[in-house]
Design a protein around this ligand. Sequence first.
Ligand code: NAD
Ligand code: MG
Length: 397
Amino acid sequence: MIRLALLGATGSIGENTLDVVARHPERFRVVALTGHRQVEKLAEQCQQFKPRYAVVADETAAQALRQRLQAAAVDTEVLFGEQALCDVAAGSEVDAVMAAIVGAAGLLPTLAAAKAGKTIYLANKETLVVAGALFMETARRHGAKVLPVDSEHNAIFQVLPENFDGDLARAGVSSLVLTASGGPFLHTDLADFAAITPAQAVQHPNWSMGQKISVDSATMMNKGLELIEAHWLFNAAPAQLEVVIHPQSIVHSMVRYADGSVLAQMGLPDMRTPIAYCLGLPERLDAGVDKLDFARVGALTFNRPDFVRFPCLQLAYEAMQAGKAAPCVLNAANEVAVAAFLAKRIGFTAIAALVEHCLDNYGHQQADSVEALLHLDEQVRAAAQVWVRNHYRVLNQ
Ligand code: NAD
Ligand code: MG
């Protein structure tokens, strides 16, 4: 019986996780669910899974949730705030933590799980982008197991040798190949990019996901973040990482071996597959996923990524190569840019412009401790907000 804390339970990954969990009630006990401000949905989940704890953003959300739970006679204890997230992630009643909060907000609770030596199912890629070195070292020191939920990294994890110890060369691996769908604007005329709306950007052709990662997929920043994620998870040098466009999203990623073999993991684009892989290890669980019908898919195609069309991918690549705190800057700027784009305060092409602006100004900084990284994150967000305000004024003059 795995005792589970689900951080970000009300999100897309959270709901998919609970779907898998509900198929195997004999294997899992849900100890904690968190849902920030999504009180309604969290209340429903608490009714169904009866966790010991639920965590929300603040006192107001906590009151609202308590009322709903009382009315439904559910005796879940309601906590609030960032410290409560860290406490449930590190608590002694929990064996494993699904880290599925979106953005750098997931860093501290995920790090708390690492410090407590938990098994971590890692969806929150921003943790690795902001603090990859620190997080991996913390996990190693405290014996925390990190299992990748992100479909590409999960695919790579599935086809790496079972005894992989962090040395790709020793494992006979020459490179890791991340596949990317290319998102909704793979063939859009470049002249139309500036007019792309949030509604268009969140319409991913293959995957149903949260808003932030959907926009990241449209700019291909998502693949950039995933390069950095792979860099830390698999100890891969930038030269050992490749990106290939694969619009069908059937091959979820590949490992190229020294002898010329390329091993791929395939399946329908359904996050329940990588989630179930992590939750079930070493067994394979029924995840409720449809059978992949090859005849229906027909063709699998592959192309080189276009860095002119997707400057965010280039920026992420450069941030990975620059190292130090550049990825932290990239992430903070991108989070502000995506939120501003979704709020219709900046245009689609301004996302890359804002990220580049922040990297130029802050990308060279050094930040080794979590405090220094969070301080830099804050500084960059403030600078990015100023840029957004100026940009918005210019647009609306
Ligand atoms: P989502 O927006 O659907 O859900 C986010 C969750 O985090 C919600 O439960 C929300 O209440 C909570 N949350 C939001 N802001 C918070 C804050 N400041 N503090 C605490 N909790 C907060 O996002 P998602 O699509 O489920 O993605 C979650 C993470 O998983 C992201 O890091 C994303 O990159 C990664 N991921 C998602 C997918 C996918 O298919 N959705 C695939 C791979 C990786
Ligand atoms: Mg992914």
